[in-house]
Ligand binder design. Structure first.
Ligand SMILES: [Zn+2]
Length: 303
């Protein structure tokens, strides 16, 4: 869950929003605009961090011109990086999901969240067409995979959870990343806030009943980096995982089954159970068709 703080009204709602999130046991990331839009009190930045939420940089001044030219982006990114150090932030998101991935090596962050998987309701069309994190040079991209609150309420005029639930189901089928943007500015009203609280309630139930990992983006970033360095090693008894964080990883075996792929995990093989695989914590996948005795391949799978 992520919150881009757009205006002074949104800024002033942040403390209350943290209270709401905490009442559902869900931490989130706040992206704060560092220049011009509104004052950024140090007290607020400290409160976000000390309460266990995450603080990131949102654009520079949110005027829509960050990507006007490469020269302008480079000039502004130097200031953005300075603010990132001041915020002690690991993550960045541009205004309005404006992006040019070829320029992003100028950003001094660990991860970025400016790329939607699809963007038919966003100012800049296109998208990365994946629900998995991916590396862009040294930067990890955590794609925005859920319809934004603004689009839902003010373009689609939908105040139900139906669309979000549909997207959640699709992403869980593929063990992907659900990355929400809900702006504090747009859920101040009672009706919108009620929808948001219903979403939190639903996410909490997914955690309790389906084992969904409700993580801060920084936690996802750390996991995906560790995962990218892990190795599958064959020993006398089969395969095991080596590398930092390996205790959180599991091997998934993929089989061809009547033209479809089916998964099984080590634990399931041992217990001879056939429970449904849930989008949950850390997993690592091996693709190993039954007919192919070749080495396993690490593939991005789950969060
Ligand atoms: Zn914004």
């Amino acid at each position: 869950m992520t919150h881009d703080v757009e205006t002074a009204a949104g800024r002033d709602f942040c403390i209350q929003l943290m209270d709401i999130n905490d009442s559902f046991g869900i931490k989130s990331a706040f992206q704060v605009v560092p220049e011009k839009r509104y004052g950024v009190p140090q007290d607020l930045l400290d409160a976000i961090r000390t309460r266990g939420f995450e603080l990131n940089v949102h654009d520079l001044n949110h005027d829509g011109h960050l990507m006007k030219s490469r020269e302008e982006f480079l000039r502004r990114s130097a200031h953005i990086n300075q603010h990132g150090r001041r915020f002690q932030a690991s993550g960045f998101r541009s205004a309005m999901l404006h992006r040019n991935l070829e320029w992003y090596d100028a950003l001094d962050f660990s991860y970025d969240m400016s790329v939607p998987n699809v963007a038919h309701l966003d100012p800049q069309r296109g998208g990365c067409c994946t629900v998995f994190p991916f590396f862009n040079g040294k930067l990890l991209e955590l794609p925005v995979t859920m319809t934004q609150d603004y689009s839902l309420f003010h373009i689609l005029r939908d105040y139900s959870l139906d669309r979000w639930k549909q997207q959640i189901e699709l992403i869980m089928e593929h063990h992907g990343l659900m990355n929400f943007i809900v702006h504090p500015d747009y859920i101040i009203g009672a009706r919108e806030r009620q929808v948001y609280e219903s979403l939190l309630d639903y996410l909490r139930s997914l955690k309790q009943q389906e084992g969904v990992w409700l993580a801060l983006p920084g936690e996802v970033d750390r996991w995906w980096r560790e995962r990218s360095k892990m190795k599958l090693v064959e020993d006398g008894n089969g395969w095991h995982i080596e590398g930092q964080g390996h205790e959180r990883a599991r091997i998934a075996y993929v089989h061809q089954d009547g033209g479809h792929l089916s998964f099984s995990f080590d634990e399931q093989l041992k217990e001879s159970k056939s429970t449904t695989i849930r989008a949950s914590t850390a997993q690592i996948s091996e693709v190993r068709p039954q007919q192919d005795p070749g080495p396993p391949v690490l593939q991005p799978r789950t969060l």
